[in-house]
Design a protein around this ligand. Structure first.
Ligand code: UD1
Ligand code: MG
Length: 462
């Protein structure tokens, strides 16, 4: 493959999405759909990638700020031809081919693009168009051929005659052009069509008119070139992307018991021999180590799960971390900055926020731990609450190594429990407890002997 650059069109409004958000930023498997054609362009080694932005340009720029791309600004959305023209200044010093992709075609594969570009370059065409034959061509631009079968132009649905609408070979919206030809041809594109727009596909008839070589190169996978124009398209693309992601993980050695009910975002990483049970949603930049078990019905978002971790059913884990060999759940809630240490146990109906649970510690039942540091080998009894909020501010609880907290304890922060201390069940602890001490704060039990006998005597006297 010779020198190649790319333009990705992302300035359109996406009216048919009926959304506050510009179309190319709608997520597919958790990331903006624009990032997929961008990734494909990067994979084939484009030396320069220009993204044409317009509608909600700041948001689109923000979404690609970490990528090595140039941004061109289309002031008004006057059509796809006008959009490509906006990128002209980025190619003034360039001689070679430009691949044109649409930001709303996320399933396109880099291998398909490579084959397409190779065919374009071998035949030394001014412009090549990637086409496909589909059952329902409604809405697409049609590939028009003359009696000899030579490609002569593209006609849009709205401008087509009834006869032309019967053509089932359509323009996928992916083009490869000689840069020198492209920007000259665009100068001659007019707006004399039903939509009053500068149509990019018109460069084909312009090339034919000046006797330059053109070709429509057919591809076969209709999903790959599917454009997202409305929410129905979005759901189809989402479904296919998730299928591809699950397939990728399974091929890499992850067991996914029921791929159809398993939702894994594009940026998730999972190690070998991890087993993901049905109905799990793993989102954002989560990573899961190897040999872990994710039982059914959890939502894991932006979290780091180690090796040989056991996530029992129905947990919510968000921006948290769980170290190797730890177990969490069932029904646990790890909120942002909850860090569960190696070999630690977090049991049912436990909520942890902005806290560290040390190695081998157990927080097994019905507990809230917030803004706390819990050391190693600690046992937190059932029903323990760290009272971290005084109505205005959050305060810290420190529980040092080897502490045993009896059940139903309230730890009123700020408070510190020293190493190897013991807290009596049912205590409300408001003062620091020194290491090795027993801290207990509860009303002493009183037993009234023969209480029932005395009471029944009183009743009989009435
Ligand atoms: C376009 C093609 C059609 C093709 C179809 C494939 C034109 C005129 N028609 O139609 O032949 O079959 O794609 O999906 O191009 N854009 C801008 N600025 C604009 C207008 C559009 O950047 O002023 C961008 C859009 O963001 C999008 C692309 O160009 O990425 C195509 O625009 P869209 O409105 O989706 O065109 P279609 O009607 O799908
Ligand atoms: Mg489109």
């Amino acid at each position: 493959m010779n020198k190649i650059t790319a333009i990705i069109l992302a300035a359109g409004m996406g009216t048919r999405m009926k959304s506050e958000l510009v179309k190319v930023l709608h997520p597919v498997a958790g990331i903006p759909m624009l990032l997929y054609p961008l990734k494909a362009a990067q994979e084939i080694g484009c030396s320069r990638i220009v993204i044409v932005v317009g509608h909600q340009k700041d948001k689109v720029e923000e979404a690609v700020k970490n990528e090595n791309v140039l941004i061109a600004y289309q002031e008004e959305t006057l059509g796809s031809g006008h959009a490509v023209m906006a990128a002209k200044k980025c190619f003034e010093d360039f001689e070679g081919d430009v691949l044109i992709l649409c930001g709303d075609v996320p399933l396109i594969n880099s291998r398909t693009l490579e084959t397409f570009i190779n065919k374009h370059q071998i035949r030394d065409c001014a412009v090549s168009v990637l086409s496909i034959v589909i059952d329902n061509p409604f809405g697409y631009g049609r590939i028009v051929r003359d009696v000899k079968g030579c490609f002569t132009g593209i006609i849009e649905e709205k401008d087509a005659t009834d006869e032309q609408r019967k053509i089932s070979e359509i323009n996928t919206g992916i083009y490869c052009c000689k840069a020198s030809f492209l920007f000259e041809a665009l100068k001659n594109v007019k707006t004399d069509n039903k939509q009053g727009e500068y149509y990019l596909p018109d460069i084909v008839s312009i090339a034919v008119g000046s006797e330059q070589k053109v070709q429509a190169i057919e591809t076969e996978d209709s999903l790959e070139v599917k454009g997202v124009n409305d929410r129905v398209d979005l759901s189809e693309v989402e479904k296919e992307m998730r299928k591809r992601i699950n397939l990728f993980h399974m091929k890499e050695g992850v067991t996914i018991i029921d791929p159809l009910s398993t939702i894994i975002d594009a940026e998730v990483k999972i190690g070998r021999d991890t087993v993901v049970y049905p109905n799990n949603t793993i989102k954002g930049k989560s990573s899961i180590g190897s040999g872990s078990i994710i039982e059914p019905n959890s939502v894991i978002t932006g979290s780091v799960i180690g090796n040989h971790v056991h996530i029992k059913p129905s947990c919510v884990i968000q921006e948290a971390s769980v170290s190797d060999h730890a177990a969490v759940g069932p029904f646990a809630h790890l909120r942002p900055q909850a860090n569960v240490g190696e070999d630690a146990r977090v049991g049912n109906y436990v909520e942890i926020k902005k806290s560290t649970i040390g190695k081998g510690s157990k927080v097994s039942h019905l507990t809230y731990i917030g803004d706390s540091i819990v050391g190693e080998g600690v046992n937190v009894g059932a029903g323990t609450i760290t009272c971290n909020y005084d109505g205005k501010n959050k305060h810290q609880t420190i529980i040092e190594d080897g502490v045993f907290i009896g059940s139903n304890t309230a730890l009123v922060a700020p408070v510190k429990i020293g190493k190897n201390a013991l807290i009596g069940a049912g205590s409300t602890i408001t003062k620091d407890v020194p290491g090795k001490a027993l801290g207990v704060s509860r009303v002493r039990q009183v037993n009234y002997n023969n209480y029932f006998k005395a009471a029944s005597k009183k009743d009989s006297e009435k």
